[in-house]
Every structure is written in C-alpha cells, then in structure tokens.
Design a protein around this ligand. Structure first.
Ligand code: PMP
Length: 335
C-alpha cells in the first residue's frame, strides 16, 4: 500500500530517533519522566521560552483536548471554522461544550472577521489552524496578529500549528512572540508531521505560565512515553532530516499540484504536506486508487464529499498516483 491518507512523513521515522528509541527502551521498565524535563529543556532552548510555558501531549490532539477541558465549562461555547480540523469538534464535545462553526470564506479558509463577530459572552475558546487541515489554507501573519489583538482577554485562542515546519520562508512568522504578548494564547505543535513520529504520539503546547499550569494540571501524569520523549529530543536536533523533509515536501506538493491541474482537476493552494483536490465523484476516484494500492483521504466528515485529500509522498509515489489517476475512467470525471 502507498499511504497518502494521513499526512505522515513519507521519509519514515528519522534514523536518529530510531536509535534514541532503542536506547530509551532499556529504561522503559520504569515510568516516564512525568515532567518531560529533558525534552522541555530542548524545546525551551529552541523556542526561547521558559520550560514552565510548555505542556507535553500524546500528540498535539491531546493539547487541543486539554485546552477545551481547561478553558470551557459544559454549555459554554467554542468557536471554530467550517472545514476546521476535525478534532476541534471532538474536543468541544468531550468538554460538553457548544460548538459555533463559522462559515468559511469562498477560498475555504477561516473567516477571521466572522469568527471575531461570533464571539459572545459565552465563548471561552477559539480554534484557529495555520495552515489548516484538510484545506491547506494559510493565514498571513499580519491578519492573524490583528485577529489576536481583537479577541477578548477572557477567550483563549488555540493556534494549531501542526504543519508550521512546511511553511515557505516568506510565510514564516514567530508565534512565540505572540505567546509573550497574549496571556490567552496557546500554540500547539506536533512531532507527528515534519518530525516523522506520528506513531509515537507526541506534541506540545506553548502558553504563558498561568495557563500552562492549568493545562499541565489536567494532563494525565504519564501521557508521553519514555521512547516518545527520547525520539522527540533526537528529531528536534536532526536538522538534516527536517531540511530533507521540507525540500521533498515542497517539490512533491508542486509535483502533485501541477500533475492534477494538468489533468483538469481543481486543486486548492496548500501550505501543508497535502493537497485538497476536487474530483466530483470522489468516491469513485478513491475506490479506483484503492484498487491500485493507493490510499488517500475521503472528506465526507468535513462536508466535502466531492474532494479528496492527498498527502505528499515520495517523488515516485506521487508520480505513481498521477499515473493511476490518468487512467481513471471517464465516468468518474464528473467535474
Ligand atoms: N492539528 C492538525 C491541523 C492536524 O492535521 C493534526 C493531525 N492530523 C493534528 C493537529 C494532530 O496531530 P497529532 O495528534 O498527531 O499531533
């Protein structure tokens, strides 16, 4: 199977992290370091924030969940965008909160003005993804900053940066500066994507000390395993792997966009490690790909039944996918 359905890193787990895990297994008869001391030290140095501003999660999904648990009482409101990452709705439900889902812009991106307007006295949390999954939309830093400046202090913003490592140099911004500025901001990041550790389940949140203390108090004590902590330390230091990941993704995303557009399919511009493409009869195209051993993601749960999300693979995987698509029966081409 060629797995292009879950936005994983097609390079596989970094060799450096594999070695670190092998060594860490020697100590896995003991509980993990509940405070993740060594990893937090490495992250704090990298991000230039105090270790007391860091919360480790079993994937960044757990950070999203913790934010809802900590910030929102049952019946209070969480605001997020239509086509926002699926876990926002799940985290809202886990907190027994009410979701206010704000219609997306015509380009499928978050409508930040409408999201601001949707905030009421009952609102406690707003999820913003940059870039967003599954649409790939990117919000330029000035627009995002203007948004943060207008969110009331009593409303927490969870800025989900799961794909931030894939941003082009011209798109990059320092959300850490914003964490210094806004006491109501949590930035969530993950080791699942660009760092190639999805199966180990590790991510983190960055927020000022008071909010971090609340997130940590709610966190299950041993939520991040010893091998996961060791792997994350190794991956964080592996700048070569990250550089290869970035270069491969940028080229592969262009390869997919050009190939798909060349066949006449509509593809949204993406800032992540995946593309969203419109196939009309997406179910038929999905089935045709599966029959050839290629798995991509259907988006019916997002209300996008005519679209497929295709993760960027290795160059030869992308080429193979495009070749298979070229042979998709005309009957499936109902655009
Ligand atoms: N945020 C977004 C936007 C994502 O796409 C994902 C993974 N699909 C995550 C967060 C969470 O990833 P993980 O829990 O593996 O860190």
């Amino acid at each position: 199977m060629i797995l292009l359905a879950s936005n994983e890193n097609p390079l596989g787990m970094p060799a450096s992290a594999q070695q670190a895990v092998a060594a860490a297994l020697q100590g896995a008869g003991n509980y993990p370091d509940a405070n993740g001391t060594a990893l937090k030290r490495a992250l704090a140095a990298r991000l230039d924030v105090p270790a007391a501003w860091l919360t480790l999660g079993s994937g960044s999904s757990e950070i999203l969940d913790l934010a809802a648990q900590v910030c929102v009482q049952p019946g209070q409101v969480v605001v997020y965008s239509q086509y926002g990452f699926i876990v926002y709705g799940q985290a809202t439900a886990h907190a027994h909160a009410r979701a206010v889902v704000v219609p997306a812009r015509d380009d499928f991106g978050h409508d930040l003005d409408a999201m601001l307007a949707a905030i009421t006295d009952d609102t406690r949390l707003v999820f913003v993804a940059n870039p967003n999954n599954p649409t790939g939309n990117f919000i330029e830093a000035p627009r995002l900053l203007a948004f943060l400046e207008q969110v009331p202090a009593g409303v927490t913003v969870l800025l989900d940066e799961a794909y931030t490592e894939y941003l082009a140099p011209a798109q990059r911004y320092s959300s850490m500066d914003w964490v210094h500025r806004f006491a109501n901001l949590v930035v969530a990041r993950t080791f699942s994507k660009a760092y190639g550790l999805a199966g180990l389940r590790i991510g983190y949140g960055v927020a000022q000390a008071a909010l971090t203390a609340k997130l940590n108090a709610r966190r299950p004590r041993f939520n991040v395993t010893t091998p996961a902590q060791a792997a994350a330390i190794a991956a964080l230091a592996d700048s070569d792997y990250l550089a290869r990941t970035y270069a491969m993704n940028t080229a592969g995303r262009s390869q997919l966009e050009a190939g798909l557009r060349g066949m006449g399919w509509r593809v949204l511009p993406s800032a992540g490690n995946f593309v969203l493409a419109h196939f009309g009869d997406a179910a038929a195209v999905h089935a045709a790909l599966l029959a050839q051993g290629i798995e991509v993601s259907r988006l019916d749960p997002y209300g996008l039944p005519e679209w497929l999300r295709i993760s960027v693979g290795l160059p030869e995987q992308n080429a193979h996918l495009l070749a298979v698509l070229r042979d998709v029966p005309a009957a499936a081409r109902t655009r």
